[in-house]
Ligand binder design. Sequence first.
Ligand SMILES: [Zn+2]
Length: 802
Amino acid sequence: MTHPNVDRCPAFIFWLFFRCGDQIDISSEIVNTDLPRRLFEGETRRDFLKTSAAAAVALAGAKLANFASGAPAEAGKQPWYRRAVRWGQTNINEMDPTRYDIPWWREEWKRTRTQGVVINAGGIVAYYPTQVPMHRRAKFLGDHDLFGDLTRAAHSDGLAVFARMDSSGANEDFYHAHPDWFSADAEGRPYRARDLYVPCINGPYYAEHIATILREISARYQPEGFTDNLWSGLERNRICYCANCAKKFRAQAGRDLPSRKDWQDPGYRAWIEWGYACRLEVWDESNRIARAAGGPDCVWVGMNGGSPYGEAQEFRDFKKICQRSEIIMLDDQRRMNATGFQRNGEVGKLVHGVLDWDKVLPESMAMYQTTDPTFRLAAKPEPEARLWMIESIAGGIQPWWHYLGAYGEDRRYYRTPVELCQWHAANEAYLVHRRPVANVGVVWSQRSGDFFGRDDWSAQAALPADGFLQALVHARIPYLPVEVDDIERYDSVQFRLLILPNIGALSDPQVASVRRFVEGGGGLLATGFSSLCDEWGDPRPDFALADLFGAHLPAAHGGRKEETRRRWAAETLHSYLRLSPELRGRVDGPHIGAEPPIRGERHPALDGFAETDILAFGGTLEPLTLDPSAQALATFIPSFPVSPPEDDWMRTPKTDIPGLIVNEKAGRGRVAFLPADLDRRFARDNLPDHGRILANLVRWASRDELPLSVEGPGLIDCHLYHQPGRMVLHLVNLTSAGTWRAPVDELIPVGPFQVRVRLPSDVPGKNLRLLVSGRQVPIAAQGGWARFDVPSILDHEVIAIS
Ligand SMILES: [Zn+2]
């Protein structure tokens, strides 16, 4: 595929943190271009809003009628943000106004069946002839109106347009003109990021400057909505002491800004909660402005990452943002070695869980090399980009290809999204408006990440959750992330098991909801210090769920101290777990004198370990007091030297410190409690034994009532969905050599697989379609289960059962 501009274009200058764009032109929807000018010349704000809103509403109707692009028949009744499911973005740089080949990109939109584009409009720089003071025009914009040309082209092709903003920074001139609009440290020095000055979200930069830009863009170009690349201002790690923040915090919290970070200080805790509330105000106010200017469907949606714990570092209340948004534009462009492609499948399910499964969730997917190291202008190996896109689709995310700059000399990446997007368009009916089928819920809590994890949130909150993700994917067990306050939103028919991956901070009502779930027959698998602390991260005298765990914290337990937990999480010691009962002598191996008789059978949670009495561990444990009903399946072997070999022997071969406890009482669900942090260790160390124990516990505590079984070699991520009258099973092959070290540059086929799917009452299980390979395979339905084989999977297969 040849880019027609190859010979004309000068060398590239890319600005690392920009995205977006396309263009074309013609069309004639421009109206009232004098509105912003009138505003500046003295028209009242109220008059301006009235006029521009009326104009925009009229235009919105005309545009929506024009917006077609391949949606289902009934989709005409849906607003644009429900109909546009395939997105594209050419992230414009300041050179691009001189060289944007609009006709070529217009063809790329068509090839990729793109229904919406994100186009750089304003913020750090403007890509249109703005009249807003201090809104700097792009360096090479000249007389061009690149944003306008692209928006008109997209609209005449029937595409929706998000005008992309970036409110996160301004240059030195702007700072000196309005120093009081910018965030500042305790000494009044401005905070900087990426060589730019960071505006304060509580000052006139947002309330006046950005607001005026939104109105100007809306009045001139009528985009369907707005995104904002980095919209939430200063991150959680830095306290803004500007006059606006000091005044607002005093008025709303009744106290002065905290002098420093101190999680024990009530003032700092109040500032944390206030910081979230201020960002939600930005969200709501931006939406109010956008809708007033552009009509009721003109939504402002910022841009957000896919991890609630990561978003917490940006002060973004993940759940409340999702609940107030009609569409979420995810900025999560690449896979990381530690969490793999499967992370994207999890993100889709996690976000949809709080967003709604009928809303659209596009994710920006880099077509350039962006897994360490980053080369914005070089093509990412096609299999690497493709697998990330496939995993997102499997998790319920919609594709959104992303390039840096309008002119690329590594033309291989223009081919990358084409085939997959065409497949997506052809099979769209199977990929949206579906409900996940899973009866294992993995609980997440952004607040626990904040107030329990605090500055160690990655080790205390993110890693334990990641460990379970990996274990469940390896074991091919369908699961759903569940926000902690939503536990009772799902009825116990959906979930057989709840997992608490070191959810250390739980409020009393949250504890009560977990308790009701178990008392109603649901299983519980908790790890680490789950339920130890209250909602502020202050330790209780004992685990709030101690009676369910069958385990209690003695008064002197070191885990009550935050510093101790932090140290334990960070270190990897030469410690072990001893499995109980020991099976010495049952299998061949060296013996020491007469072996004691073997008492009892191993618990199913220890299946697969008949040839060992110990497992590698790495952590630290302290004594717990067990209830009579509780049974310790593994105990702690304290660390001893690794080297020299002369020193390498167990000083204390046996303790009664429990590492794994099961507690089963008649009439309620099975409970397993893992004081040993095998979830965090599996995420970090990738030792298969840790993953196997986690998967065994999931099977036992859920009473093996899982809706899916997939047999056959390889690493396969399994996502199961229900639509009226049919099941949709998405299998993603992650067996490639580069799965654990990016990038993948070769796909390796695996198979055959023997699959069993439990059928709901509205799915007879008589027909089967393989939507990727198109192969014909037989299906048998019996006893409420469908059975079939999938002969081979290259990158993915989608199986529709009806
Ligand atoms: Zn401030």
